[in-house]
Structure formats: structure tokens, C-alpha cells
Design a protein around this ligand. Structure first.
Ligand SMILES: *[C@@H]1O[C@H](CO)[C@@H](O)[C@H](O)[C@H]1NC(C)=O
Ligand SMILES: *[C@@H]1O[C@H](CO)[C@@H](O)[C@H](O)[C@H]1NC(C)=O
Length: 375
């Protein structure tokens, strides 16, 4: 939602008037920021009713969230967070992936979407080249992902940014052929052909393997067979992996370890797995069991607790699971079943969809959108 532009004189006058208020609030936010949460959040914007990025910046900092993942490199968002400690994963959309194979195009993309923000002090730690490209059947796109990643990586080097920004892509869990028991984790045959070289790239560049994991999908598919406690991180006996003896009390960690096992099967032990998306919808269609605010609240609350404990998975107990929750807001323009539009922690007006103990503050519209620093 674009705020109506104000004449600049009026803006600066307003800014002066509001400055004392802002300063007080900034101190509060800064104090809170000293103990940032470990959990990250996906800031999706497939909606026509979201608050301005400047207001969202306040909201996130008031919750002490300092890791944000975008699906693009929206300059308005990156600018709105300048001067904060918030670090970003930015994305190159699937439609632009094939063109990135061309070195000049990759360099131009970075010059336009990354370099100005880094110069201005933005914290951008990772670029995802495409999202869930192995989920569909676009084989041309699938074949282009790795060359595009290599091209973007080389272009970073050319620009003197090598090592400063990771280059990877985010996979759907559909990339897996076998996920259970976790130790038997294996990639899907359709993706396997790409993954050897893909992992070789991630290992050589020390970049993470990103996976989008939704235990909710498993529950939705077979609610009578998948124990709710196991998907919601509630107390339960858990299940032991017969090959390793490791015990799993929740599905998310089992899925992550299945990915580690699949990666290891291809010969790599030094590639870190991160959960680039996970979440639970608070509403769904009649044929989407479990999509309720109650279950969504339990999932996110329990997830938060575990992530803040810096837990690792049974297979990698010393590596805290790195997670980006999907998503910050309900997104009213997302296609598909009703659940797709109801993954948000917040409604667009800043009210929480359910209570997980994250008390965010979305400032009123004028205050923040007009006082946002200009770059
Ligand atoms: C890919 O799948 C979509 C729908 O699932 C289908 O309409 C399309 O024809 C398929 N394309 C190819 C190249 O197989
Ligand atoms: C890149 O990813 C690796 C592996 O996950 C991580 O250790 C490193 O800190 C990341 N680099 C940046 C700049 O965030």
C-alpha cells in the first residue's frame, strides 16, 4: 500500500515534530535489539494491503527479529532497514534465473540490486537463485539454476564481493525421494542428476543448502495417521531411526536429517542445511484439516522455543537449526487453497493472528512512512 506522497517541506516539518517521539522509541528498539532472536522470518509480499516497509521495519525490530528473507531484492524494503542490524537473504525470481547464466546479466543484476544497498550499509548475507525450481516440470529452468548460481558467484568475485554474500537456491522438500527413516534420506531421481554438481558448488563456496519444510503438508495429507504431537513439537514418545538408534520427537528435525543423509549419500559432509521456510496455516479450506489458529500458534510457539534454545537435530546436535518462519503476513493475493493466504504471523494491520508471545508494534501510518531515512 503506497502512502500518498507529501510535499517535501511538509515531510521535513512533520519529521521535526515527531523527532522526540521517534528518538524515545528508537532507544527502546535499540535496547531490545541487543538480544535478537535466532529465528528468521520470510517477508513475502504477494498482497495488496501490506503496511509500508518502514512500518514493517519497526514491527520486526520491536519483536527483536533480525533475520529476514525476501523473495526479491525490493529496494524499498532494503532502504527501510538501513541503519538496523537486520540481515537479509534476497532472491532472484525463477523468471530471471535463465538470464543470469550470462555473466554480463549476472553482473548487471548485482550492480542494480545489491551493490548500492551494500554500499549504503545494508546487511545482505545470501542470494537465493530461484525458489523451488525442482518442484515444477520446467526442465529448462532446472538446468539453468546451477550455471546461474555459478555465474552470480563469479560476478560477485568480479565486483570484489566474494565471500561476503552466499549464493544458493531454496528447494522444496519434494526434492526428496525418501525422507523416512531419516538415515535413509535420498534425493528424488528426477533431481538427482543435478545435485552432485550442485553440492560440489555449495561445498566449494561454503554456502548452505536451503530447504522448505512443512510438516503441515504431511499432516494435511494423512491426519489420521500422522500424530499431531509429532508435527506440533508437543511431548510424545518419538520414533527411533532403526539404523542409527537416534530418536525423533518431531517431524521437522527428521526432515532436516533426511536431507543431511541424502547429501552425505552423495559424498558431502560439510554442507550446512538450513530451513528456508516452515510454517503452519491458521485457516484453510474445508478439505484442509489442521489449519486453525490454535495449531498454528502451537507450531510456531514450540518452534520458537526450540530455535531459541539453539537446538541441533539428532544427527547434528552441535549445529543449531537455522529457520525462517513462513510468513510475516497473511498474503491475500496468493493463489491456491485458502491455507496459502493464511500462513502469516500477522494480519496486514499488524495484529497477531495468534499469540506466540511475540509482541510486535506496528506504528501508525504517518509516523513511520514519512520519517523513514531517505537514501
Ligand atoms: C508442466 O505441468 C503443467 C501442469 O502440471 C502442465 O500444464 C504443463 O504442460 C507441463 N509442462 C511440461 C513441459 O511438461
Ligand atoms: C554462508 O553460509 C555458511 C554456511 O551456512 C555460513 O557459515 C556463513 O556464515 C554464510 N556467510 C554469510 C556471509 O552469511
Amino acid at each position: 500500500m503506497a502512502a500518498a506522497p507529501l510535499p517535501s517541506k511538509f515531510t521535513s516539518c512533520l519529521f521535526t515534530l515527531l523527532l522526540p517521539v521517534l528518538l524515545t522509541e528508537q532507544v527502546a528498539v535499540a535496547a531490545a535489539e541487543s538480544t535478537s532472536l535466532s529465528i528468521g522470518v520470510n517477508y513475502g509480499q504477494i498482497a495488496n494491503n501490506l503496511p509500508s516497509p518502514a512500518r514493517v521495519s519497526w514491527l520486526l525490530r520491536s519483536m527483536r527479529i533480525s533475520k529476514v528473507k525476501l523473495y526479491d531484492a525490493d529496494p524499498n524494503v532494503l532502504r527501510a532497514f538501513l541503519g538496523t542490524d537486520v540481515e537479509f537473504v534476497v532472491g532472484i525470481g525463477n523468471e530471471a534465473v535463465p538470464s543470469m547464466v550470462n555473466p554480463a546479466a549476472a553482473q548487471a543484476w548485482l550492480q542494480q540490486h545489491l551493490v548500492p544497498h551494500l554500499r549504503a550499509g545494508a546487511h545482505i548475507t545470501c542470494i537465493t537463485v530461484g525458489n523451488e525450481v525442482f518442484k515444477g516440470n520446467d526442465t529448462a529452468l532446472q538446468a539453468a539454476v546451477l550455471p546461474a548460481m555459478q555465474s552470480v558467484h563469479r560476478a560477485l568475485g568480479t565486483l570484489g564481493l566474494q565471500g561476503r554474500v552466499n549464493v544458493t537456491t531454496a528447494h522444496s522438500l519434494d526434492i526428496m525421494g525418501v525422507t523416512y527413516p531419516p538415515s535413509t534420506g535420498t534425493f528424488h531421481p528426477a533431481a538427482l542428476g543435478h545435485l552432485q554438481q550442485f553440492l560440489s558448488f555449495l561445498s566449494a563456496t561454503r554456502s548452505p543448502f536451503l530447504i522448505n519444510c512443512y510438516p503441515y503438508f504431511a499432516y494435511k495429507a494423512e491426519p489420521s495417521r500422522v500424530p499431531l504431537e509429532y508435527v506440533l513439537f508437543q511431548p510424545n514418545a518419538g520414533v527411533a531411526d532403526p539404523h542409527t538408534g537416534l530418536r525423533y520427537d518431531n517431524m521437522l528435525y527428521a526432515q532436516v536429517d533426511a536431507v543431511y543423509a541424502a547429501i552425505q549419500r552423495l559424498g558431502y559432509t560439510d554442507v550446512e542445511v538450513k530451513v528456508s521456510e516452515t510454517g503452519w496455516p491458521s485457516r484453510g479450506d474445508a478439505d484442509e484439516p489442521g489449519a486453525t489458529p490454535e495449531y498454528a500458534g502451537i507450531y510456531i510457539r514450540n518452534l520458537l522455543q526450540r530455535i531459541e534454545m539453539k537446538q541441533g537435530t539428532p544427527l547434528r546436535p552441535a549445529t543449531p537449526v537455522d529457520v525462517y518462519v513462513f510468513a510475516l503476513f497473511n498474503e491475500n493475493l496468493k493463489p491456491g487453497p485458502a491455507s496459502e493466504r493464511n500462513y502469516g504471523l500477522f494480519y496486514p494491520d499488524g495484529t497477531p493472528v495468534y499469540n506466540v508471545g511475540l509482541h510486535g508494534y506496528l506504528p501508525p501510518m504517518l509516523l513511520s512512512s514519512d520519517a523513514a531515512p531517505q537514501v
